[in-house]
Ligand binder design. Structure first.
Ligand SMILES: Cc1ncc(COP(=O)(O)O)c(C=O)c1O
Length: 386
């Protein structure tokens, strides 16, 4: 696959490319914001979809056993984690599953911990369900982010029920290490918190780093954890939807299932099922190529910024394809930073403050695009910021 080639996504109802006027107030922007890739899916996925489309009937669908098996085989091969069939519940997406967990395990008025800056729907889901957001901001020290375990310890109250962990962490691109996660696990177990571990980025890990599934930390923690997985981020299938909740504990699973059944979300998307299964079974070489390309884009970005916009800080890319950029040294307000990037450079990034506390002065840039698109975006940014 030639990843340097730009596939024109305009006219496909692409959130990233086609809704600029509606979502960003103007057109002609170079979009490097929302977390999908500009690359076509693996060819085995396209072939499976073609076969399915050729069949022509798209009635109500369920996830077949082969779909669960493909997910389990992938997770064992990739992460050394054996998923038992009875632990697995199919869901329409990861964010819907987060909502279900909030509804299943907390009551209105209770609090849910998140660790900003973090994927912004976490806070939205908590608030829109009438629960309280308890922020345990990441600690930024020595040029890197860590979990703030002391602050967590101090902040949890007897009304705190749940902690949503983003692992790997979007937007700061950390792949959490065992020692960090052990500290977190210890607090969660001692304080009786249930962990929702959003591991949608778990396959997008750069060389030299290794994703550790939260549930593998200890059997005790596995019994308090809901892990959310999906083929959609890994293989760029977000427009097809679908996810998997892994819940080893029978009582937590029963409560989650009750919330799920109340929504009547027991019907699958016919194309989602077919594409995810083909991706898990045949997508590994495609993923390796994409990860190598993203790593190359990251090196390109670092070199470019060092030479042409040295005031911009770049955080290490351990996981995800989203790089977290620090523009604080420019001394601009967030409104001015956004004005220059969006209106002058006409580049569409995700604004740091959207990700909650600690996002001020930062921007998130999506590296899963052809290098020429990245180069163009960086040249435009350098013109308005240097
Ligand atoms: C951490 C995280 N969770 C969930 C999602 C979206 O999940 P879904 O599309 O399955 O709802 C994203 C998408 O960017 C994400 O970054």
């Amino acid at each position: 696959m030639n990843l340097d080639r730009l596939t024109d996504r305009r006219g496909t109802a692409s959130l990233k490319w086609d809704f600029q006027k509606r979502l960003a107030g103007q057109e002609g922007l170079l979009p490097l914001w929302v977390a999908d890739m500009d690359f076509p899916a693996p060819r085995e996925v396209l072939a499976a979809l073609r076969r399915r489309v050729r069949h022509g009937v798209f009635g109500y669908t369920l996830e077949p056993e082969s779909w669960y098996q493909a997910a389990a085989d992938w997770t064992r091969a990739r992460h050394g984690w054996d998923l038992r069939r009875e632990w697995l519940l199919a869901c329409p997406g990861v964010v819907p599953a987060i909502n279900l967990a909030i509804q299943a395990f907390t009551a209105p008025g209770e609090s849910v911990v998140i660790q900003p800056p973090v994927y912004y729907p976490f806070a939205e889901c908590i608030r829109r369900n009438g629960r309280e957001v308890l922020e345990n901001p990441l600690r930024l020290q020595g040029g890197g982010y860590t979990l703030d375990l002391e602050h967590l310890e101090r902040s949890v109250t007897d009304r705190t029920r749940l902690l949503i962990l983003c692992s790997p962490h979007n937007p700061v691109a950390r792949v959490w290490r065992r020692e960090e996660m052990e500290g977190l696990a210890e607090i969660c177990l001692r304080r009786g918190l249930i962990v929702v571990s959003d591991e949608i980025h778990c396959d997008l890990v750069l060389p030299g780093h290794c994703h550790l599934p939260t549930a593998l930390l200890s059997p005790q923690l596995a019994g308090r954890t809901v892990t959310l997985l999906s083929a959609t981020k890994t293989f760029n299938l977000a427009g097809l939807g679908g996810s998997l909740a892994v819940i080893p504990d029978p009582e937590l699973r029963r409560r989650f299932r009750t919330a799920k059944e109340a929504l009547w979300t027991s019907v699958a998307n016919a194309c989602s099922v077919v594409s995810a299964e083909a991706a898990w079974r045949h997508g590994a070489p495609w993923l390796e190529q994409v990860l190598a390309y993203v790593a190359g884009n990251y090196r390109f970005l670092k070199d470019f910024l060092k030479a042409s916009l040295p005031a911009a800080g770049v955080f290490p890319l351990e996981g995800t394809y989203l790089v977290w950029l620090d523009f604080r040294a420019l001394g601009l307000s967030d409104a001015e930073l956004k004005r220059r990037i969006l209106h002058q450079a006409r580049v569409w990034l995700d604004d740091g403050p959207m990700f909650g506390s600690g996002g001020q002065g930062f921007q998130r840039l999506n590296l899963a695009c052809p290098r020429a698109v990245l180069r163009e975006a960086l040249e435009r940014l350098a013109r308005v910021l240097s």
